[in-house]
Design a protein around this ligand. Structure first.
Ligand code: NAP
Ligand code: F7E
Length: 347
């Protein structure tokens, strides 16, 4: 019999990659999308058009703020695996909508676990929780692993800590096969447009095409461990195929500043940048025509910042045989090519 998976957050970046990954593995995939005033299925529309997959892929309305929709979906679908990828996932926005972020990311996770428990499906359903390196927040060591203490510095990070601990709690209290993935930043051509990698590449490609004048950024010196979403959804699935539930860090073990990312992306797109000025006045100049194409703006800084992230995924390598396949330059190359082919918007 085909395995079934229920994905909360199916319309997001990871939801789209995971759906395709599971369909290739011959799963029946049920996705949950929330109601929106404009169509929000762009990332998964291609699945409907694919003759090999469309009959195994179904989408339902639901919302992590609505316990009844969650309960009914789980009762009707009775999936083998649930992946909770749904979240208000933007760290800066979480400072502006802290209560909503806690409601969706924290309580939403509890609602799914409580539905599994109250339907007596503890022994039938495996559960994946999308945890994040943002839970580490202010860290001291050279890298972060499963033993690194959490010190979140945003409402987003705090809400995900609640989700992490409640997942562990339901595993220990009720024996649910529940795993926490602690995933470091992962990107792709279908990354949301307000995350920094997509914002940088989209802007630089537009500038190259003459459709935009400048890229405005915030903190250029925070460091991130960036991987590719395609590699990371495989790790989610591997966690649920083990004999025992566990928590795993997933990262590349390499870290770069935002400025490094801009330089690498600029080079790929065909710009040579020279940096002038300091602090908020730091600027990236296109050496070819001496035009300033990168500037900093206060509005893109956060009230508190996670300065340094570098994941140690040794546990996942050992127990899951999981290794990241794509480097930062592979990722940039794929994102640039996609943007060059798809982005013809005028500024
Ligand atoms: P994303 O692109 O922002 O997708 C989030 C998904 O959640 C979207 O499908 C969104 O729907 C849905 N959603 C938001 N609020 C909801 C609600 N109230 N009820 C139901 N669905 C809701 O995020 P992602 O990058 O794919 O990340 C997937 C998960 O991993 C998230 O939980 C994120 O916090 C976590 N995570 C991400 C990273 C990363 O670097 N990407 C790293 C660590 C952890 P709409 O499409 O309608 O907005
Ligand atoms: O910021 C700096 C910003 O918004 C990365 C989410 O998927 O990964 C993501 O969270 C860094 C930060 O991602 C701009 O201050 C500078 O230091 O791309 P981001 P994030 O905050 O790391 C984690 C693991 C998640 O779990 C989250 O869901 O870039 N930065 N200038 C900027 N960031 C943005 N967005 N925009 C700027 O203009």
């Amino acid at each position: 019999m085909k395995k079934t998976a229920l994905i909360f957050g199916v319309t997001g970046q990871d939801g789209a990659y995971l759906s395709k990954f599971l369909l290739k593995k011959r799963y029946k995939v049920y996705g949950v999308k929330r109601r929106s005033s404009i169509i929000n299925t762009q990332r998964i529309d291609d699945i409907y058009k694919d003759i090999n997959y469309k009959s195994n892929f179904k989408i339902f309305y639901g919302d992590l703020t609505d316990a009844s929709s969650i309960l009914n979906l789980i009762k009707n679908v009775k999936p083998n695996e649930i992946y909770n990828l749904a979240a208000q996932s933007h760290v800066k926005v979480s400072f502006e909508v802290p209560e909503y972020s806690a409601e969706v990311n924290g309580l939403g996770t509890l609602r799914i676990l409580e539905a599994i428990r109250s339907l007596n499906l503890e022994k039938k359903i495996k559960f994946y929780q999308a945890g994040t390196s943002e839970m580490f927040g202010r860290t001291k060591g050279k890298f972060q692993n499963e033993k690194t203490p959490f010190h979140p510095v945003s409402p987003y990070g705090v809400s995900k800590c609640f989700a992490h601990w409640i997942t562990k709690n339901y595993r220990e209290a009720y024996g649910i096969f529940a795993c926490n993935g602690i995933l470091f930043n992962h990107e792709s051509p279908i990354r949301g447009e307000t995350f920094v990698t997509k914002k940088i590449i989209q802007a630089l490609v537009k500038i190259k095409k003459g459709n935009q004048k400048k890229l405005f950024l915030g903190n250029l010196y925070s460091k991130r461990d960036w991987g590719h979403a395609k590699d990371y959804v495989e790790a989610m699935w591997k966690m649920l195929q083990q004999n025992k539930p566990n928590d795993y860090v997933i990262g590349t073990g390499k870290t770069f500043t935002i400025k490094d990312f801009v330089n690498r992306a600029a080079k790929k797109i065909g710009f040579k940048l020279e940096w002038i000025g300091k602090g908020i006045n730091e600027k990236g100049v296109n050496t070819e025509n001496k035009k300033v194409i990168v500037e900093c703006r206060k509005r893109y800084f956060r009230p508190l910042e996670v300065d340094y992230l570098k994941g140690n995924a040794s546990k996942a390598k050992k127990l899951l045989n999981w290794y990241p396949k794509m480097t930062i330059d592979d990722l940039i190359e794929e994102m640039v090519v996609y943007e060059e082919e798809n982005n013809n918007d005028k500024y």
